[in-house]
Design a protein around this ligand. Structure first.
Ligand SMILES: [Zn+2]
Length: 201
């Protein structure tokens, strides 16, 4: 199966390394729901205590957020939604787990987040009595693709380990539309000019 990042040939190119034999060990705890709308995405800030372990290296989970349509394409097909779980180790190295969503049934794990997405920009909203479950947003199959790359938002910093889960989850069309209407359109990285020179004729 081939995959690539959207617009990857323009900048922040992704390089497929391999599919490792070892699984990611997920240690995700539910945490009180805290959301922020930064104008590009809805980000869920998680309480300390969640982490992943990749080949024995531990990365604490800092936050997760969403893009629509997906930032990755699989066999040239994009998906209506993608979640990014952003982890940072004690030395500042980043590991991002990507989960793709295909259109289907309503996703119950997204529901509490979707019901509380803030419209106000840049201010964290804490929702009393509601928990966010990052664990419920993981596919059951542990397979993933691993590669080194950069963040999908500028600056295109190097040194990010990407772990793209191969099994997509489902999201309803209504949930995708709710996200779009709040964010005001597509939230994948906008297409940039390939180069500034005009074609020679
Ligand atoms: Zn992202």
């Amino acid at each position: 199966m081939l995959f690539r990042r959207r617009h990857g040939r323009w900048s922040c190119p992704a390089r497929v390394l391999s599919r490792p034999g070892k699984s990611i060990a997920f240690n995700y705890q539910d945490s009180p729901l805290k959301l922020i709308n930064n104008g590009h995405t809805i980000q869920v800030n998680v309480a300390p205590g969640s982490s992943i372990s990749v080949n024995g290296h531990e990365y604490p989970l800092a936050q997760f957020h969403f893009h629509s349509p997906s930032e990755h394409t699989v066999e040239a097909k994009s998906f209506p939604l993608e979640a990014h779980f952003v982890h940072k180790d004690k030395d500042g190295n980043l590991a991002v787990v990507g989960v793709l969503f295909r259109e289907g049934a309503e996703n119950a794990a997204l529901a509490p987040i979707w019901a509380n997405m803030p419209t106000e920009l840049g201010k964290e909203k804490a929702v009393e009595g509601v928990t966010a479950s990052a664990k419920a947003l993981l596919p059951s199959k542990p397979e993933y693709y691993r590669y080194s790359g950069s963040l999908t938002t500028p600056p295109c910093s190097e040194g990010v380990t990407w772990l793209l889960m191969t099994e997509p989850l489902e999201v309803s069309r209504a949930q995708v539309e709710t996200f779009h209407s709040l964010m005001g359109g597509d939230t994948h990285r906008p297409l940039q000019p390939v180069n500034a020179r005009l074609p020679m004729k």
